[in-house]
Design a protein around this ligand. Structure first.
Ligand SMILES: CC(C)(COP(=O)(O)OP(=O)(O)OC[C@H]1O[C@@H](n2cnc3c(N)ncnc32)[C@H](O)[C@@H]1OP(=O)(O)O)[C@@H](O)C(=O)NCCC(=O)NCCS
Length: 179
């Protein structure tokens, strides 16, 4: 007899609360490391992780009124998160009222299973609620899976931007989508 195909579902996407800071910090550091450690030195990874992740840092981000932090959950476990930032956009982003999707990460176990799409829909809705008419993001030029995903979501490449991973100067592609 055929086994029923289990339908993976992420039950909810919700705004993060200050009490989520420790869990988010651990999740964000782990997913960043898993995504980039194979292509970067241990020293640069350690430097980046130490300066960008930790309960205090993520707690401050969650409380920051200029940042929207969304959590995708499988029951009560984190399956992904995104962060939207208010702030200046690169010159190639010419659309009205731009908002940046600064971080967008899905747990390895949930990749290729629709969680990223659910999180993107929620992120776009949150951007529109904030009055954005344009969303943009920067993605490492070597991160082809993410670029493919963003193109599927309607983003187009509009230019390049520098990114420092520890002491390594890297090039990100800038991608943009009108809302
Ligand atoms: C980027 C991310 C959110 C996308 O979510 P996802 O669930 O993997 O997305 P999907 O599987 O729907 O889409 C990825 C696409 O890339 C394709 N792909 C997979 N590996 C690839 C590769 N090495 N090169 C190019 N495309 C690739 C997939 O086939 C899929 O396309 P398809 O639907 O046409 O088959 C997720 O992979 C992730 O969190 N990655 C780690 C963190 C990260 O890179 N975040 C982005 C930082 S800017």
């Amino acid at each position: 007899m055929l086994e029923p195909i289990s339908q993976p579902t992420v039950t909810s996407v919700r705004p993060a609360q200050p009490s989520d800071a420790a869990a988010l910090a651990a999740f964000a550091a782990r997913t960043f490391r898993e995504t980039f450690e194979a292509d970067n030195t241990g020293e640069n990874m350690a430097l980046y992780l130490a300066t960008n992740y930790g309960p205090e840092r993520q707690g401050a981000e969650i409380r920051d009124p200029g940042i929207v932090t969304l959590l995708a959950e499988d029951g009560r476990r984190l399956a992904g998160y995104s962060q939207l930032y208010e702030g200046p956009a690169p010159d190639c982003v010419t659309g009205e009222a731009p908002l940046e999707i600064r971080r967008f990460y899905v747990d390895r176990n949930w990749q290729g299973r629709g969680v990223a799409q659910t999180l993107m829909v929620a992120s776009i809705e949150a951007a529109m609620e904030r009055g954005a008419h344009t969303v943009w993001l920067a993605v490492w030029e070597r991160n082809l899976r993410a670029q493919t995903f963003y193109r599927k979501c309607g983003f187009e490449d509009c230019g390049a931007k520098e990114f420092m991973l520890g002491r390594d100067r890297q090039t990100d592609r800038v991608m943009v989508r009108a809302l």
